[in-house]
Design a protein. Structure first.
Lengths: 423, 439
């Protein structure tokens, strides 16, 4: 059999996951992974932990040193793909060399959104998306006593916590009325905010930065309410967007991200996309959209890899989910954060112990769950949501004893799947 | 064969209320190793009387490893254990978010992920459990006895049929120098082949039901005359062993021929359309013992062929099920070791079609048969009876019959009568094991 040639652009979670899957189902084909970075593959998820000092740089690579040899794959670093020609099946690296492929996976991930704000084009503006970003931020951190963060998403909050733990006075500016809006409802957001405030983080919610001015003493961010925030360090954490710039004019369909079908295939049949860059189907709504988180990237990469090798595999959709460690607290969110029309939301909270539990039910099944400082196995809730396990009369019990009830429902559902007695 | 690994099995809902012995032991062991947290969790829902434990499944494709942002989680290809390399663990929680089975836990102190590593192959929690609910299933010790698979794939047996797995298991253990004998039955196509294709890769012969033991006798003696020790193994159904071919079987046992006779007992004539046989149990539905109106399945209890075989005083007799493969393996090895006479193994082979259960439940049904003492696992070795798998708290027979449509018509009265038969039969075997001790 003739060996096919696969190229994977990007060495993040989705790209590596696709490579592993390609090798799992098909051992012969030629696979090349290219990355614009010079570092060994790592995940942006580990960056805040480098900043906090919880992990050291040698420990962050996602794969062992001999991984690419073991996988019999070519690994090209420092290769930035500048364009793709789907008609000729060719990718162009760094605008001069090129390579041809039989199938191509675009797993370029995402890049930070750079808001167009006067003064934000300054070189002292920090982002946190790459290892180099982290190194630069850490340098600046050592000589900073105050910091301002634009954006109260999970990345912003994670860094806020790391900086605050190091004794830096942190101020957070958020356009929306609450923090971590993508994963938590207003009540839970406020509880998280309170904890961070207790550790010295100041919040300016419902505020929009209108301008950034630079002086030798630091940076001044003016807000639409009239406030001016002064700091030694400015980090922009306004979210991420798919890295698709190089695809302009290629004919590959892009809306918010690269649109893909359930096989992770783009409108060009031998080009696939997976991970943060892909606009895939949502598990809950069935509509296409972005959900740039690690677990989705891993699964999408697997599906893409399988289909590239000619073994059909379908993606059942992404589900928003995340965990957030802050000081001695833990927040977990899976599925919907706020109920849609017709859903039932059950909440149990205790102001003294500080826990917060919420589940959202759509008819007989769960579609969302959020827990603050509650001992649960988060994945079990993902299972219950994804397997559409009927929770019926157990919904109250799920709030009262989420870990126990979750495990039990999971065990029952698994058993039912094994002993499917035909009536 | 790398994909066979050991598993820690947790007996469903059999923990004592409030018990945390396994978790406490695990915490101790982890601490001894300089680690933290626990790899096993007890959980209790007292008002529903649910008391269970939960641990990592050591998945073949672990979702936790797929999502780990630092590649800290790896499956050991040698023993299948999924391990976390602690220095690399961020404590980000992605693994916990990805694992559908609750196999990962966060240690609150260190905020790092913790999981079961089977204590590198000898899980210490198993001794700590007062209810003996934890058991390490040694797949690896089975696999090391395996030879090349002598059966090809794609037989015409029903999907999920236990008989095919049983035969495959037997041949894997027996290896080369095995001559397989069969008789008309479900396994006919396996032996004869379908069309121009046979699915068996060792010598095999199918004879009439009434001549299997005598054919084996001839073949065995011929090979011996040629100076070769060939293992002659019969794989026949209960129709042949218990009914039609019983006389020659008894004859071969009386002559103590050096053959291994294995009966896969599906409790009826299943390939001809589910008729009763002498091993069909009391109350069991078949087309010839229907359950309509006053008729409630078979009225007589089953013939206990292995006990009859033991009464011939041949060197080795055993009962087995495929759901306890270590036990089955041990019995096959003992049978193979017998060079001075006959061995007989009676294997329960749940029939999807004739018993009425889902295609994926053969093993669950076999398991329930043993756990209710419906089908006790015992052996008779050179004069001594032994129970090879003691069931501490046998479940009521309804736990077995509820899985099967062939008992669906049984009312409480019928169940009680069946329970009585099961108890009596078990007591008889138990008494025999006591007898051997006093001898």
């Amino acid at each position: 059999m003739e060996r096919k040639k696969h190229i994977i652009i990007g060495c993040g979670t989705a790209g590596l996951s696709a490579l592993k899957q390609l090798r799992k189902v098909n051992t012969e084909d030629h696979v090349t992974l290219v990355t614009m970075e010079s570092h060994r593959p790592y995940s942006p998820t580990s960056l805040p932990y480098i900043i906090s000092g919880k992990i050291s740089k040698p420990d962050i690579p996602m794969v062992m040193d001999d991984f690419f040899e073991q996988m019999n794959a070519e690994w090209g670093r420092g290769k930035r793909v500048t364009s793709i020609d789907p008609k000729k099946c060719e990718v162009v690296y760094n605008s001069h060399s090129s390579d041809s492929y039989d199938s191509l996976l675009i797993a370029t991930g995402s890049e930070p959104i750079r808001p167009s704000l006067p003064g934000l084009d300054h070189k002292q503006v920090f982002y946190l998306r790459t290892l180099d970003d982290a190194a630069a931020l850490m340098n600046q951190m050592d000589c900073s006593r105050t910091a301002v963060i634009l954006g109260a998403g999970l990345i912003g909050m994670h860094v806020a916590q790391c900086l605050a733990a190091k004794g830096i006075q942190v101020m957070v500016v958020e356009m929306l009325p609450r923090i971590v809006p993508a994963y938590f409802d207003p009540d839970a957001s406020l509880m998280i905010q309170r904890v961070l405030e207790k550790h010295g983080v100041r919040f300016f919610t419902d505020s929009r930065a209108t301008g950034v001015a630079w002086a030798h003493t630091g940076v001044e961010v003016s807000l639409d309410g009239g406030d001016v925030v002064q700091a030694d360090l400015l980090l922009v954490a306004a979210g991420v967007r798919p890295r698709t710039g190089f695809l302009k004019g290629s004919g590959i369909e892009i809306r918010d991200g690269i649109t893909v079908n359930s096989e992770m295939r783009t409108n060009v049949s031998n080009i696939f996309a997976a991970g943060d860059v892909a606009e895939a189907r949502s598990f809950l709504t069935g509509k296409k959209g972005l959900n740039p988180i690690l677990p989705n990237a891993a699964w999408q990469g697997k599906v893409a890899g399988s289909n590239m090798a000619g073994q059909k595999m379908e993606y059942d959709g992404w589900l928003p989910m995340n965990t957030f460690n802050y000081f001695d607290h833990l927040a977990v969110s899976i599925g919907k954060a706020v109920p849609s029309e017709g859903d039932e939301a059950l909440v149990e909270t205790d102001a003294d112990d500080g826990y917060y539990r919420k589940i959202i039910c759509t008819e007989d099944r769960m579609t969302g769950a959020a827990f603050l400082d509650t001992h649960v196995n988060a994945g079990v809730f993902q299972y219950l949501i994804r397997q559409k396990v009927p929770i019926g009369k157990h919904r109250k019990r799920l709030l009262a004893a989420p870990r126990e009830t979750g495990l039990w429902l999971m065990h029952q559902a698994e058993k039912k799947a094994t002993i499917s007695r035909e009536e | 064969m790398k994909t066979f690994y050991d598993t820690l099995r947790i007996e469903e809902n059999s923990c004592p209320p409030g018990c945390a012995a396994c978790r406490k032991r695990c915490v101790e062991v982890k601490r001894e190793k300089g680690s933290y947290g626990t790899g096993i969790q007890d959980y209790h829902i007292p008002d529903m009387n649910i008391h269970m434990a939960n641990t990592c499944n050591q998945c073949s494709e672990p979702a936790c490893a797929d999502v780990c942002p630092t590649g800290a989680i790896e499956k050991d290809v040698h023993n299948g254990i999924v391990r976390i390399r602690e220095p690399k663990c961020l404590g980000c929680g992605m693994c916990d978010l990805a694992c559908p089975y609750g196999g990962i836990d966060f240690h609150p102190g260190s905020r790092k992920a913790v999981k079961c590593d089977l204590c590198d192959g000898d899980p210490r929690c198993t001794d700590a459990c007062p209810a003996h609910a934890l058991l390490l299933l040694n797949a690896r010790s089975i696999v090391q006895h395996f030879h090349e698979d002598a059966l090809l794939s794609g037989s015409s047996l029903c999907i999920g049929c236990a008989a095919e797995i049983i035969l495959r298991f037997v041949l894997r253990v027996m290896g080369k120098d095995t001559f397989l004998f069969g008789a008309p039955g479900c396994a006919t196509n396996v032996l004869n082949g379908q069309g121009i294709r046979s699915m068996i890769r060792i010598p095999s012969h199918m004879s009439n039901m009434t001549s299997v033991p005598s054919t084996m006798t001839g073949v065995k003696r011929y090979y011996r005359k040629m100076g070769q020790d060939v293992r002659c193994v019969a794989f026949v159904g209960d129709g042949c062993a218990a009914d039609v071919g019983f006389q020659p079987l008894s004859g071969a046992a009386e002559r103590n021929e050096n053959i291994i006779f294995i009966c896969y007992d599906n409790e009826g004539y299943m390939n001809t359309g589910v008729q009763r046989s002498s091993t069909t149990p009391f109350g069991g539905w078949t087309t010839t013992t229907p359950a309509v109106g006053k008729r409630k399945g078979k009225r007589m209890s089953a013939k206990n062929v292995p006990l009859i075989m033991a009464a011939h005083d041949i060197p080795y007799v055993a009962t087995a099920v495929i759901a306890y493969p270590e036990d089955f393996l041990m019995k096959l090895l003992k049978a193979m070791a017998v060079k001075d006479g006959m061995s007989y193994i009676h294997v329960l082979s749940p029939c999807i079609l004739g018993w009425g259960f889902g295609a994926s439940a053969s093993l669950d049904v076999s398991h329930a048969a043993v756990e209710t003492n419906y089908y006790p696992l015992w052996e008779y070795e050179r004069g001594e009876y032994r129970l090879t798998h003691k069931v501490d708290n046998p479940k009521p027979i309804s736990e077995y019959t509820r899985l099967l449509d062939k008992f669906a018509h049984l009312d409480n009265e019928g169940l009680e009568e069946l329970q009585g038969i099961v108890d009596k039969c078990f007591q008889r075997i138990k008494a025999l094991t006591g007898l051997s001790l006093t001898l």
